[in-house]
Design a protein around this ligand. Structure first.
Ligand SMILES: NC(=O)c1ccc[n+]([C@@H]2O[C@H](COP(=O)([O-])OP(=O)(O)OC[C@H]3O[C@@H](n4cnc5c(N)ncnc54)[C@H](O)[C@@H]3O)[C@@H](O)[C@H]2O)c1
Length: 267
């Protein structure tokens, strides 16, 4: 049941691929809370995923955009403002992809050309998206931009590979751009550091299923689900969090504060 937290707000949601995607849940929750949204994803995802089904259900339009292309992003913001009838109140960046992980290249044997693509897709796309919106003055005052990240940005998770550096860069962009965007238009920029979640991107990481169980035991509240992440994103888009910016916010059932969990010694 909605609480009208996003009544009258206009948003752009990147990254809904299928019904397991975190962005899918966020889109559903945002509309339930009264927002009108535009969905976007890479053109290839339109063919692979089920985004059309979501768009029909939510009465939302889809604008294809490769998030590494400035031209696509400019078109996305221009069209979104036309469709939604004004400036944008919130944006979700839920994009991640590692070429080295996908091609099973070890961290100590990285292909650097592939790594450039990983960083472009997973991190620089966040800066590009903000820079395009900033130059176009596309965001509403006190608008909210959120990107999804993972704790491998701060701690070592060996199988997360080059995505660790991608997420460190992503979080740094939130702080640095957050300064400039607050000064220019009082727009806030934050990252949400989510628990491991069973999605296409998540389950691409080696040993993910075992690790999912480990993290669940390590977190006093258990792993945070994609639905719970959607709830948190909605609060970050709402007017109830107007003074929160340039933060990396853990949404992980307590995992990030743990040192040792007795539960893990029991097996
Ligand atoms: N699943 C997890 O365990 C987990 C944990 C913490 C953070 N995250 C982050 O959450 C975000 C969403 O991932 P998810 O787990 O929902 O998986 P997902 O696979 O459903 O979503 C990833 C999305 O990125 C999109 N994408 C890839 N390349 C793109 C490009 N060039 N342009 C535009 N879009 C592109 C894909 O089409 C897909 O929709 C990612 O940033 C991911 O790193 C995931």
């Amino acid at each position: 049941m909605g609480h009208g937290l996003l009544a009258g707000k206009k948003g752009i949601i990147f990254g809904a691929l299928d019904s397991r995607s975190i962005a899918w849940k966020v889109a559903e929750r945002a509309v339930e809370e009264g927002a009108t949204i535009v969905l976007t994803n890479a053109p290839v995802a339109m063919r692979l995923g089920e985004i059309n089904e979501l768009a029909t259900k939510l009465n939302a339009q889809i604008i294809p955009a490769d998030a590494t292309s400035l031209e696509d992003l400019e078109n996305l913001f221009t069209q979104s403002m036309e469709i939604l009838g004004g400036k944008i109140d919130f944006v979700l960046h839920a994009i991640g992809m590692s070429v080295n992980i996908r091609k099973k290249k070890e961290y100590t044997d990285l292909n650097y050309e592939w790594m450039k693509t990983t960083l472009d897709v997973s991190s620089m796309s966040f800066h590009k998206m903000m820079q395009v919106a900033y130059k176009m003055d596309a965001m509403q005052e006190f608008g909210s931009i959120v990107a999804l990240t993972y704790i491998a940005a701060q701690r070592t998770f060996p199988d997360y590979g080059e995505m660790a550096e991608s997420k460190a860069l992503l979080e740094s962009f939130a702080r640095s751009f957050g300064y400039h965007y607050a000064k220019k238009a009082k727009v806030r920029v934050n990252t949400i550091s989510q628990s491991p979640t069973m999605t296409t991107a998540g389950s691409g990481v080696k040993g993910f299923t075992d690790f999912f169980g480990y993290a669940d035991k390590m977190s006093p509240l258990g792993n945070a689900s994609a639905d719970a992440c959607a709830d948190y994103c909605v609060t970050m888009f709402s007017d109830l969090t107007r003074m929160v910016t340039m933060q990396n916010l853990f949404h992980d059932g307590g995992f990030s504060s743990m040192g040792m969990a007795p539960e893990l010694l029991e097996d």
